[in-house]
Design a protein around this ligand. Structure first.
Ligand code: SF4
Length: 380
């Protein structure tokens, strides 16, 4: 099997590993020998906002673990493939030279133990950085059980590193991945990343994680409590929520898929925790610890707390402005700047600042008065 054939087997499955903001399919230029790579190349937004063509692939689809949801679990019958580090580095540079791939996301199955696979991921990145002189974006997965020195080596090579927790705690992980150890094998690596960022000068790669949502009976409050901890205590840049989709010939093949709306509400809530100053206990969970699927969590909070106590936009502090639906972090900065120039009188003034004024209107005062607005048909 040549390297391109391997890529066509190893690239597309990484769609189940969200890692950067992917904003639609990327259509690479089609040179004669590099036919359809659309499942491997993604139009991705980098942490700084730049868009690049990101090659996403695994180093190997061989795996000795038996995670209940995973297409790559040991014993499952399908065609597997493995890159050597040299083979993948060469292929990436060939695609890079043709402007097909500008950055690399690299994950892997586990064959021969986490540390051995981690060595091969690091070797690939070392070849790219030191042999080929590649200076672009690299995202490296940190394997379960990787050693602290390996985590440091990966951090020195990568722009982003990630550890897939998969579940919010030990009990839930046992349902999904009976041979992964939540704290010692996974969470500890995220803690090391944060420690090493503090200790070691130089590169400071961001870190992310992924949860599989809906396969282990976990509630949203469990997922978001762990997410809040990760943002506040281990400097996590982003939690990704990957809704469970059953895979044939796995123990969970008859488990129902998770609705997309649940994933969406979890993302909205995680942004409230990370960027809006919300605490997990303020989110509108039902008695089972889950978010309502039919309402935006920020809007639900505002209806309960601001409908009768509106926020005066001309005097409110940053924290209170962030609580208003329709005002995001950028909108708050715009409002604060505009207030230095003069008072804000009406919804048009807010719209010009990037605020979704009709959404904010029921929860604000402008110059002491509720702004007149049409009854909103805004979707929740
Ligand atoms: S270790 Fe990773 S690749 Fe292997 S079965 Fe588990 S989730 Fe799948």
């Amino acid at each position: 099997m040549d390297a391109l054939e391997k890529l066509k087997l190893l690239g597309p499955p990484t769609c189940f590993e969200p890692a950067e903001e992917v904003v639609g399919a990327y259509r690479p230029p089609p040179p004669q020998d590099d036919d359809d790579l659309s499942g491997c190349i993604h139009n991705a937004v980098m942490p700084g906002g730049k868009r690049i063509a990101l090659l996403k692939t695994m180093l190997t689809s061989a795996c000795e673990r038996d995670c209940a949801y995973c297409a790559f679990r040991q014993g499952r019958d399908f065609r597997r493939a493995t890159f050597t580090p040299d083979e993948l580095a060469q292929l990436f540079m060939r695609l890079h030279g043709k402007s097909i791939a500008e950055g690399l996301f690299l994950s892997s199955g586990i064959a021969g133990g986490g540390p051995r696979v981690q060595d091969r991921l690091i070797a690939t990145a070392e070849l790219l950085r030191h042999h080929y002189g590649f200076r672009g974006y690299i995202h490296l997965k940190i394997m379960p059980g990787a050693e602290r020195e390996q985590v440091l080596a990966a951090m020195r090579l990568a722009n982003r590193v990630s550890v897939n927790l998969e579940a919010p705690n030990t009990e839930r992980l046992a349902c999904l991945a009976p041979h992964k150890v939540f704290t010692e094998e996974l969470l500890q690596r995220l803690r090391w990343i944060e420690e090493l960022r503090q200790e070691v000068a130089g590169r400071r790669p961001s870190s992310t994680t992924q949860f599989v949502v809906g396969a282990a009976g976990e509630s949203d409050v469990e997922l978001l409590t762990t997410t809040e901890y990760l943002h506040r205590r281990v400097g996590l840049a982003r939690a990704y929520f990957s809704r469970f989709t059953p895979v044939s010939d796995t123990p969970l093949e008859n488990h129902p898929p998770t609705p997309p709306a649940r994933e969406h509400r979890l993302y909205q809530s995680s942004f409230l925790l990370r960027d809006y100053g919300f605490q997990v206990e303020e989110l509108p969970f039902d008695t089972g610890g889950n978010l309502p699927l039919d309402s935006d969590p920020k809007l639900a909070w505002a209806r309960a707390h601001l409908a009768h106590v509106p926020v005066e936009v001309n005097t409110a502090d940053r924290r209170d402005l962030l609580r208003v639906p329709g005002i995001g972090p950028k909108g708050v900065e715009q409002v604060l700047q505009a207030r230095r120039r003069g008072r804000l009188h009406n919804l048009d003034d807010l719209s010009k600042l990037g605020v979704i004024a009709e959404r904010a209107a029921p929860f604000i005062l402008l110059d002491g008065r509720r702004p007149s607005h049409q009854l909103s048909l805004w979707p929740v």
